[in-house]
Design a binder for this molecule. Structure first.
Ligand code: NAD
Length: 499
């Protein structure tokens, strides 16, 4: 049993609120630790530390700030195995997948080493007689990030790396399900040379989130999690005058055109549908074969692959396809959806509901499930399941398949499998989804592009990482200057124009 408190003022501190949450080992179902749930005083202490430290950090030149991230990247490589093990132990994902979680965050840290370049402003010489204009990007002050359980390394890094590189202090409120890795990341940032107080981790639940949303010293909030909470955070944060970006749930479709390489498509569907037990916001949860013949051929190849998925605890070695779900509640929720699908008339071709892992009977394991003949009025089609469940919705033609993806309330990711460049081009141009894959099932953009869904998968304007992150975590100041020789003509009473 271990206890996780908070990370305030450059060090771990014990929780004082008297409230804690259990941290489970999803593979065994055992409580392995407790995480403190912050009260208002603890949040206040973190914000006070951040407020005191931030001006000096903002005044540190951007190259020096970037060097902290350079060191951080080295330390992430040094501690990769330790981080991955802690991540798998609390989340349940396989070790190779946990390493991927760390690396996709590390790549954003690498991108942020370019902060001196990314923070450069603009300059116009001679914009008027003797007048120059320049713009600078300045940090906001204190920003906060509220992050989900499913990527406990990657998403915190997507948030704090650009915010800190841009000269802000940061308050991270990670998921209470898997809090160890965010704490380790904060320690590594201090070891990398970050001054105390610039990155604080406040563990907690709704009350810590509400405290962040209502605190006048927090200028910006970035959230990732389920759509109802994303919308809540967006609404409350905006009402309090903050800059807010919130990324929510998903129902990602993959179209399989009649000319697609079906072996490639099936590989893509099993990896993207069942990897990390389907607990990815970019998981493919809906397959849309175009034409009945494509659907029949697809089902023939897909079914045995789903039946033979290899499920194991992370400790069993690196060749498992996925591990358990994160909590007992998550398992009950996923099972409930599968029951509902059967009840509503979908054909359950592979039923993983009764899967048990020998020796791990109390773990939160569930087998891969595959539905055929799902229709758009069914609950399993409309709602995000967030488990290893793939729904096949048969479409008669391309327009019907396109319309299906476009009409869904979520718009995070989407993919098309085809050999026809024209179909792929038409699809990419017309689809109303934020991240599109052409023969790529999980099109998570790399660190130097931006990540963000459309429709009810994203609230706010700017995306995560890439150049947008530096826009989100800074404000622009534009300075118009004229030096003495330019004002010798005396006062002007008419509004100056450049005509
Ligand atoms: P969640 O919404 O339950 O929790 C996310 C965060 O919000 C956590 O830090 C949690 O403590 C906090 N929270 C939970 N309930 C709250 C409440 N009532 N009030 C205020 N704060 C609250 O999400 P989760 O289960 O941790 O993560 C899974 C969800 O995240 C899925 O819906 C998934 O699609 C989504 N997700 C989206 C993206 C994306 O970029 N779009 C990425 C990863 C995960």
């Amino acid at each position: 049993m271990y206890e996780i408190g908070h990370f305030i003022g450059g060090e771990r501190v014990a929780g004082k609120s008297g409230r804690t949450a259990d941290i489970f080992n999803p593979a065994t179902g055992e409580v392995q630790g407790k995480v403190a749930l912050a009260n208002a005083d603890e949040l206040e202490a973190a914000i006070a530390n951040a407020k005191e430290a931030q001006p000096a950090w903002a005044a540190t030149n951007p190259q020096k700030r970037a060097r902290v991230l350079m060191n951080f990247v080295q330390l992430l490589h040094r501690d990769m195995d330790k981080l991955a093990e802690a991540l798998s132990r609390e989340h349940g994902k396989t070790l190779p997948d946990a390493r991927g979680d760390v690396v996709r965050g590390l790549e954003v840290a690498e991108y942020c080493i370019g902060a001196p370049q990314l923070l450069k402003g603009e300059f116009s010489e001679g914009a008027g007689p003797g007048i120059d204009i320049h713009s600078v990007r300045q940090p906001l002050g204190i920003a906060a990030g509220i992050t989900p359980f499913n990527f406990p390394a990657m998403i915190p890094m997507w948030k704090f790396c650009p915010a800190i590189a841009a000269g802000n202090a940061f308050i991270l409120k990670p998921s209470e399900r898997d809090p160890s890795v965010p704490m380790m990341l904060a320690e590594l940032m201090i070891e990398a040379g970050l001054p105390a107080g610039i990155l604080n981790v406040v563990n907690g639940d709704k009350s810590a989130v509400d405290g962040i949303l209502d605190h006048e010293d927090i200028q910006a909030v970035g959230f990732v999690g389920s759509t109802p909470i994303a919308e809540y955070v967006y609404t409350r944060g905006c009402a309090n005058g903050k800059r807010v970006q919130c990324f929510g749930g998903a129902k990602n479709h993959m179209l399989i055109m009649p000319d697609a390489d079906l072996d490639q498509a099936v590989d893509a569907l099993v990896g993207a549908g069942y990897g990390a037990a389907g607990e990815r916001c970019m998981a493919i949860s809906v397959a849309v074969p175009v034409g009945q013949e494509t659907a029949d051929r697809l089902m023939e190849k897909l079914t045995p692959r789903v039946e033979n998925l290899k499920i194991a605890p992370y400790t069993a070695g690196d060749d498992a396809d996925f591990g358990p779900l994160v909590t007992k509640e998550a398992k009950a929720r996923v099972r409930g959806y599968v029951d509902k699908g059967v009840e509503e008339g979908a054909k359950l071709v592979v039923d993983g509901r009764d899967f048990t892992m020998q020796g791990y009977e109390d773990g939160y394991f569930i087998g891969g499930c595959l539905f055929d003949n799902v229709t758009k009025d069914m609950t399993i089609y409309k709602e995000e399941i967030f488990g290893p469940v793939l729904s096949v919705v048969r479409a008669n033609d391309y327009e019907e398949a396109l319309d299906l993806a476009m009409s869904h309330e979520y718009g995070n990711g989407v993919a098309i499998y085809t050999r026809d460049g024209d179909a792929a081009r038409d699809f990419s141009s017309r689809i109303n989804v934020g991240m599109v894959g052409v023969n790529v099932p999980i099109p998570v953009p790399l660190a130097y592009y931006t990540f963000g869904g459309w429709k009810r998968s994203g609230f706010g304007d700017l995306n995560q990482h890439g150049p947008d992150a530096f826009r989100f975590y800074t404000k622009t100041k534009t300075i118009t200057s004229r030096w003495p020789s330019g004002i010798k003509d005396g006062a002007e009473f008419v509004i100056p124009t450049m005509s």
